[in-house]
Design a protein around this ligand. Structure first.
Ligand code: HEM
Length: 450
């Protein structure tokens, strides 16, 4: 079909030189994305941290890039521009044949059997982590959850690899430095910059993992690090030491921040909607002390809440790509070598797709409604296509386990008119640490005890 040439000229938003719309995005991403979409449609251009980007908005444009039928969109140089030196050669930064090969090997680390093992290990680790939580009026949930998920990563991913506390603190800081590099304005190894801190963080993580590889190869355990060291496909393919270091660093990052922000969002909304908190708690109380994966599957209300929280605050709101050849999206031309921002966040909030999109309404995902079916790609917190999140079932198990144990021990409230001040300089996080009024769970008539 011939395309009208006038339609293929992609509109460009001209903003402040170098910064373009960076600051507008960081301050109010939803306003910026909606404005860009309303003015220019689903495919447009803008400047962002020093480069010209093509921006895809809305489910049709975003899914075209993710499904990538003509293999024009590559991850390595897209994500590479934002976080390349720090997450180099992680699965998400590989492309095409090589990506396919590595994903095939890694898939075996996320089978149902493996997930059962990780889930079993999660239970005592979460319980021990929550033992340190002290209920108080102004409890900052986000930093507490960040510590907890780091401990879980050490247990489940590393098998507790002799991590003394100063090591754990340094590792935690190293992750944070690497992730925060994404939106650094100065992208050079200069003193005092975020970029330099992130490079240092990457080296620290590499040294740490390399020190432990020989021991992990020598014995077979159930932690992810050990599993990656022993995976072999039917064709005899396995990961080299370098692969393992690169994949572990990426996996730790992929799992850590995403799960933390999701549980933090859940705590906010359950704190503001006590009827949902009670409903989730009623189901949580019915499970055994250390629930299996199948038991977690029976937490239907929590499942609805999780989906709704991932819609409201997707932990990875924008995906990065670079075109390796010229292509077209929604009839608009995109030249080769162009950075592309796939802004899935907007479609989670479009009133063309969702009734009252800013309202917390988990029921919209219930079978009798399934509002998400309005469009195949209306809800895509885990991405789509060949790079779709490999850890999404692990994430579900981890998040549900944490919330389940929270519900059994504590009750909490958040003022109904409170709105979390989100920081979008890297993956989104609550600037104020997500305060909640946390109390020990009080006995109530009709409420079963855990
Ligand atoms: C709520 C939690 C999570 C969310 C919302 C999330 C989201 C995403 C998204 C959007 C992508 C696609 C990136 C792209 O297309 O460029 C992705 C990729 C990935 N995620 Fe997750 N993730 C989560 C948790 C996890 C966890 C817990 C793990 C590991 C245990 C994990 C491992 C991965 C991996 C390995 C990839 C790369 C897949 C590939 O490129 O083939 N994620 N994730």
């Amino acid at each position: 079909m011939s395309v009208d040439q006038s339609e293929t000229v992609t509109p460009r938003h001209r903003g402040v030189p170098y910064l373009g719309r960076t600051l507008t995005y960081v301050r109010a991403p939803m306003t910026m994305m909606r404005d860009q979409y309303d003015r220019y449609g689903p495919v447009s251009e803008l400047d962002f941290i020093g480069r010209r980007w093509t921006v895809l908005l809305g489910p049709d444009a975003c899914s075209e890039a993710l499904l990538n039928r003509d293999k024009a969109f590559a991850n390595q140089d897209g994500w590479g521009y934002l976080v390349g030196p720090f997450f180099d050669r992680g699965l998400m930064l590989l492309d095409f044949e090589e990506h396919h090969r590595h994903r095939r090997i890694m898939q075996a680390a996320f089978t149902r059997d493996r997930l059962e093992n990780y889930t079993a290990a999660l239970q005592p680790a979460v319980t021990a982590g929550l033992d340190t939580w002290i209920p108080q009026r102004d409890f900052r949930a986000y930093p507490a959850l960040k510590d907890l998920t780091l401990d879980l990563a050490t247990q489940i991913f590393m098998g507790g690899a002799d991590l003394a506390s100063p090591d754990a603190d340094r590792l935690n800081q190293a992750f944070i430095d690497c992730v925060q590099s994404a939106t650094a304005l100065v992208r050079l190894d200069l003193p005092g910059t975020r970029w330099r801190r992130a490079l240092r963080g990457r080296r620290l993580l590499e040294d740490f993992l390399r020190r432990h590889i020989a021991a992990k190869r020598a014995r077979q355990d159930d932690d992810l690090f050990s599993v990656l060291c022993h995976l072999t496909t039917e064709d005899g393919e396995r990961f080299s030491d370098d692969d393992i270091v690169n994949h572990m660093i990426f996996l730790l990052m992929a799992a850590h921040d995403t799960s933390t922000i999701t549980v933090s969002t859940i705590m906010r909304y359950l704190g503001q909607h006590p009827e949902w908190q009670e409903r989730c708690r009623d189901e949580a109380m019915l499970l055994t002390q250390n629930p299996s994966l199948s038991e977690l599957d029976s937490l239907t209300s929590l499942d609805l809440v999780l989906k709704e929280c991932l819609r409201l605050v997707p932990p990875v709101p924008v995906l990065a790509r670079k075109t390796v050849k010229a292509t077209e999206v929604q009839g608009r031309h995109i030249p080769a070598g162009r950075l592309v921002a796939v802004m899935m966040h907007l479609q989670h909030h479009m009133d063309e797709l969702w009734p009252e999109p800013s309202r917390f309404d988990p029921e919209r995902f219930a079978e009798h409604r399934r509002d998400d079916k309005v469009h195949r790609h209306a809800w895509e917190p885990f991405g789509g296509g060949v790079h779709k999140c490999l850890g999404m079932f692990f994430a579900g198990a981890e998040i549900k386990t944490i919330v389940l144990h929270l519900l059994r021990r504590f009750e909490w409230t958040v003022a109904p008119d409170y709105a979390t001040p989100m920081n979008y300089t890297s993956l989104p996080f609550p600037q104020d640490g997500q305060p909640v009024d946390l109390r020990p769970l009080a006995p109530r008539p009709g409420r079963p005890t855990p």
